[in-house]
Design a protein around this ligand. Sequence first.
Ligand code: PMP
Length: 388
Amino acid sequence: MIGKRLLMIPGPIEFTPEVLAEMAKPTLSHTDPQFIEEFGQALEKMRKVWLAPNGQPFIIAGSGTLAMEIAAVNITEPGDNVLILHTGYFSERMADIFKLHGANVDIVQSTVGDLPQIDEVRKKLASKKYKTLSITHVDTSTGVRADVKALAAAAQETDTLVVVDGVCAVAGEELRMEEWGVDIAFTASQKAIGVPPGLALLVASKKAIEAFKSRKSPVGAYYCDWQYWLPVMEAYEGRKSAYFGTPAVNLVRALNISLGQILDEGMEARFARHARNAAAFRAGLSAIGLGFVPMRKEIMANTLSAVYYPEGTDASILPLIAKNGAMLAGGLLPAIKTKYFRIGHMGMSDASEILATLGAIEQSLSSAGYSFEPGASLSAAQAALMQP
Ligand code: PMP
């Protein structure tokens, strides 16, 4: 459709008509029985999406960065040792947050587009007592996906809490929070959860809540403090209202709709669809000679692709691609910022968005003078999508 532009950035994403319609409803009181019921349902559904049947969900107005700070500040006391798995821009942000709240931060580094070796992480964990290991599940700046299952298993050997920044992963990448032994996993509404920006969403394990309850010093951030939010979440789940900060009523109602759509699809089907869509994008982009920031196929995210501009082109193709129907994102990691772009493929996106996006990329590359066989990316993606 002329003028229709797909939002194919790594969040915010395209939202379903049902979610958008929910947002447009008149705002209810946060003490309205209907809202109390919907808030309670959303909390219950979060446990199912995170695959954490005994987890404590939190829905708090704010962006993903707030979720990062909530995770760090409630379980960290000044002087605690924290180990950060470095995969890009967002692991550095997490390190800054932990440091601000008094943690001694060590970082296991990796080169751009790669992951630190698991043995290196294991060695580091054994070298001194770390309270927390922090992992960015998918670093949105590089499209690198960490092996949360293996890392969490390593952390359990040393009784280290595992915090997962799942902002670009939850409800898209496979995450089995309880089975894998993850203690805090958080995201933000605008990513694979499929709700406009504005909610910080977090699930904490029993162990994380115990670590919070047994802390000796107060939490150093008022709005983040679980002592105020826990009673609110418990109240709404028990179908009563409670107040600390006014909930983002329309967003919470939209979240309840979106979580319902996610669970209707089913988590296994959802993980598989994200994997298939990512494979289709990769097949298409490879077919026209484009390369990826992540160094190996096994560490490439299913929620976004970070792609190098082909020879002779640069960020000036992005407005062309947008004009041709798909809004993509530029680079983010300072070291390679001008050399690559990013395509988000999470949430409800499917074949039609993939093929339309590849079509827009081909048209724009062609007008920028890059030569390839027209349609090659579309046919490779189509073949990948048609695999059983
Ligand atoms: N972590 C990751 C992995 C992210 O992708 C983002 C946002 N792109 C954030 C944290 C921060 O989220 P927000 O922009 O909503 O504050």
